[in-house]
Design a binder for this molecule. Structure first.
Ligand code: EPZ
Length: 417
């Protein structure tokens, strides 16, 4: 079982490029099932969640090759429509394959994706929306079978919550449905726009992505295409947190700064100087941060829930008190126990956490319990005195491509053993 060993208090300096977005790659990989032709995806990150998706695509009959950031998927020989439990367990967000399988074949079978560390992860919004498009869903003791006996048809779908995954499943499924689908209260995340760009480049007719209302005009067929995946805004936020945790100064290249507005304003409130130069972000952070008053997670364009953990880690040593409100997931403070081991002063009450900045943090042996919690423990370790070891790298590797290499090139003392 590998772990990271961090020797803290080294100021991060230098520059690095940000990897492709995990949360954009995963729905697009599912959507490659639609065309029955070859999709070429550039800037695809090499992550265990991506390998999980590739294993599902290959099991379903697709031929997939992946090298040097370019993934090629040819879905012409699709020959299965069910996803076995073993592959579902490997990749929690595999529910995103449902809409694609239904649209391409009229059939889909999979077990209910279990919850994960940060919450039960229900899929009621997905299932309700797909049934409004004409799917029939039968629950057979935890395995559900979907069919579209009369084909899929357009519908007016109003989401009770702007669910990212449900919005994506609807966009994918409705692309080949007969007629027009309108999604109201749709998710607005940049990954939604990237999925729409991929689908439109393969012949879909989607408008309004990134706004609250998305219109999808169903088409007969989609064709192969080439697409470059957007940069990962959460990895960018994480690297900036690592920098601010050490009083460092870094330049991030290959970002889309407009995707990070809510996050960058928190860094500025903490006393960091943020300079945007095209697709690069240059941030200079003070020796000690000023605690922002409140960090409240919201659907995009609000502050992203995925950045809450690394930001909390960097704020642990700031001057003042910060109120965190986690409005998206039920159980997203699993990193607090590790931060407390390192000397933080944080109190959690349900969805609220109060962090009182401490003068300094010290290294400890800590274990990650979820993906962004792993990033938080690394962020804290970089700014802590002495040695920190971080276990639970299976969570980290789901979303971060060789982060220890990136941090080392920026002057951090981080080793994977
Ligand atoms: C996506 O998850 C991301 N994952 C998450 O990133 C991200 O935190 C989340 O969006 C919010 O931005 C991927 O894109 C692969 P949701 P998703 O549906 O689609 C509830 C990471 O760290 N809900 O917007 O699952 C749900 O329980 C991961 O990279 C229902 O109640 O998020 C949650 O409380 C973590 N019923 C809220 O909505 C449903 O049918 C937001 O979920 C679906 C969701």
């Amino acid at each position: 079982m590998s772990r990271l060993i961090i020797d803290g208090m080294k100021r991060l300096r230098g520059e690095t490029a940000v990897q492709g977005s995990k949360n954009s790659a995963l729905p697009i990989l599912a959507a490659t099932l639609l065309s029955g032709e070859e999709s070429i995806l550039h800037n695809c990150p090499d992550l265990s969640d991506v390998s999980g998706s590739v294993n599902i695509l290959r099991y379903l009959g697709c031929s997939v090759s992946f090298s040097d950031g370019t993934l090629v998927c040819d879905s012409r020989n699709l020959c299965r429509t069910n996803i076995p439990n073993s592959l579902m367990r490997e990749m929690r967000s595999s529910i995103i394959f449902l809409g694609a399988l239904l649209a391409r074949t009229g059939n889909a079978g999979m077990c209910f994706p279990g919850g994960c560390e940060i919450g039960p992860r229900p899929i009621d919004l997905h299932l309700k929306a797909l049934s409004e498009l004409g799917a029939e869903i039968k629950d057979d003791h935890g395995v559900f079978k979907c069919t579209a006996p009369n084909g899929l048809h357009g519908a007016n779908i109003s989401l009770s919550f702007p669910s990212v995954g449900a919005t994506e499943n609807i966009m994918i499924c409705a692309s080949l449905a007969e007629g027009t689908t309108v999604i109201t209260n749709a998710a607005r995340e940049p990954e939604i726009c990237d999925l729409a760009d991929y689908l439109n480049s393969s012949g879909a007719k989607i408008s309004g992505a990134g706004e609250g209302t998305i219109i999808i005009e169903g088409v007969e067929k989609l064709h192969g295409t080439r697409h470059s995946i957007i940069p990962d805004r959460i990895v960018a936020a994480t690297l900036l947190s690592c920098c601010a945790s050490t009083g460092g100064r870094i330049k991030l290249n290959r970002t889309i700064p407009s995707h990070l507005r809510a996050v960058l304003s928190i860094f500025e409130e903490c006393g960091c100087d943020v300079d945007i130069q095209g697709s690069s972000i240059i941030m200079d952070s003070p020796h000690r941060l000023t605690a922002p008053k409140i960090v409240r997670t919201m659907p995009y364009p609000g502050f992203p829930t995925d950045a809450q953990a690394p930001i909390m880690a960097m704020i642990a040593k700031s001057r003042g008190t910060t109120l965190f409100v986690e409005n998206i997931f039920e159980n997203r403070y699993l990193h607090v126990s590790g931060l407390l081991q390192m000397g933080a002063n944080i109190k959690v009450e349900g969805r609220v956490a109060v962090s009182q900045g401490v003068e300094c943090m010290h290294g400890a042996e800590v274990a990650a319990m979820d993906l962004r919690g792993a990033a938080a423990l690394i962020t804290a370790g970089l700014g802590a005195e002495g040695k920190t070891t971080v276990d639970g790298l299976k969570y980290l590797d789901r979303g971060y491509e060789d982060i220890e290499v990136t941090l080392s090139t920026l002057g951090g003392d981080v080793r994977r053993v």
